[in-house]
Design a protein around this ligand. Structure first.
Ligand SMILES: NC(=O)c1ccc[n+]([C@@H]2O[C@H](COP(=O)([O-])OP(=O)(O)OC[C@H]3O[C@@H](n4cnc5c(N)ncnc54)[C@H](OP(=O)(O)O)[C@@H]3O)[C@@H](O)[C@H]2O)c1
Length: 292
């Protein structure tokens, strides 16, 4: 039986939502959420893949609750490592292309220059470990695959730091945000656009997928509030009322990488793409939220 169409997992997530509206340019799309298939059940996943026989599998699903993962390592492993391993095995068997996503958390965050695809991984959290195991399974499966590592994903749909800052700034007079973790916000819409482009161009392999520039959580929060004000939001906490704190001031169950910058020049070159400034994606999300 011939392979047909695109099968998307995680269609209700930030990235999955953006992919669901863009993937149809490649063919008929079956977009699945947790209600359709529980990815912690590898037997059900394998049966579904063998019955559906998609030409392209896009896995935007993940266990992304970074702190909760410290308490639920087996569930995080099942969703972030075993499920992509099953997808990769089935893709290798059928000849399908597998698109999978990973994270800056596979690194230890101690670098002094942006991480390259070839740099050794050294995850420090359960989430990072499980995502690293997922990467390894996909890369060593023999399947035709596109594996994208990204960071600080932000979209109009779903939960993220930008939405939390907007909500808190409407509820409180002051906010305290860590200033000693460096990274770059990546728009889910841009990730989805770039995924489609990469599939259209037949790209294979591991690529970092982040826009241009860098920031820290504190400066990012200030930027979000500045832009929100100019778009007409009424805020109790203005950008000046966002206090800079350190990671040590805000202890969390899972350690965060201090330095999360990924070098995306390999992808930019492969697709002949100019990486947009990260602010473009954030501005679009804010405009979409304001319009809604
Ligand atoms: N968020 C970030 O800052 C970030 C940073 C770097 C890389 N990434 C990676 O980028 C990709 C997309 O992330 P995202 O921010 O779009 O994640 P997200 O918004 O948390 O979406 C993940 C989706 O996976 C689904 N899911 C979780 N457990 C499942 C299960 N057992 N069965 C089926 N579906 C399940 C969730 O379903 P429910 O809606 O029902 O929970 C959710 O819709 C992931 O691979 C993530 O690791 C994310």
């Amino acid at each position: 039986m011939a392979l047909d169409g695109v099968l998307l997992f995680g269609a209700a997530g930030q990235l999955g939502h953006e992919l669901a509206s863009r993937l149809p340019v490649l063919g008929p799309v079956t977009a699945l959420t947790r209600q359709d298939i529980d990815l912690s059940n590898p037997t059900a996943l394998r049966s579904l893949l063998q019955a559906q026989r998609p030409a392209v599998i896009v896995n935007a699903a993940a266990y992304t609750a970074v702190d909760k993962a410290e308490q639920e390592p087996a569930l995080a492993q099942a969703i972030n490592a075993t499920a992509p391993a099953v997808m990769a095995e089935e893709a290798a068997r059928s000849g399908a292309v597998l698109v999978h996503y990973s994270t800056d958390y596979v690194f230890n965050g101690q670098a002094t220059r942006p991480y390259l695809e070839s740099d050794p991984t050294d995850p420090q959290s359960v989430y990072g470990l499980t995502k690293r195991d997922g990467e390894q399974a996909v890369l060593h499966s023999g399947a035709r695959c596109l594996l994208f590592r990204s960071s600080w994903v932000v979209g109009a749909h779903g939960q993220n730091f930008l939405k939390t800052m907007l909500r808190l700034a409407q509820e409180r007079d002051t906010l305290r945000v860590v200033a000693d973790q460096v990274g770059v916000p990546t728009s889910a819409a841009w990730m989805a656009d770039t995924t489609v482009l990469a599939l259209q161009q037949g790209l294979n392999g591991l690529f970092h997928l982040t826009p241009d520039g860098q920031t820290n959580w504190h400066a990012y929060a200030q930027y979000v509030l500045q832009q929100a004000q100019s778009l007409g939001w009424t805020l109790k906490a203005t950008p000046e009322q966002v206090q800079a704190i350190t990671t040590a001031d805000y202890p969390l169950p899972a350690p965060r990488p201090a330095y999360s910058m990924l070098d995306s020049s390999l992808l930019a070159k492969a697709l002949n793409l100019e990486l947009p400034p990260w602010q473009d994606g954030v501005d679009s999300v804010l405009r979409a939220l304001r319009a809604a």
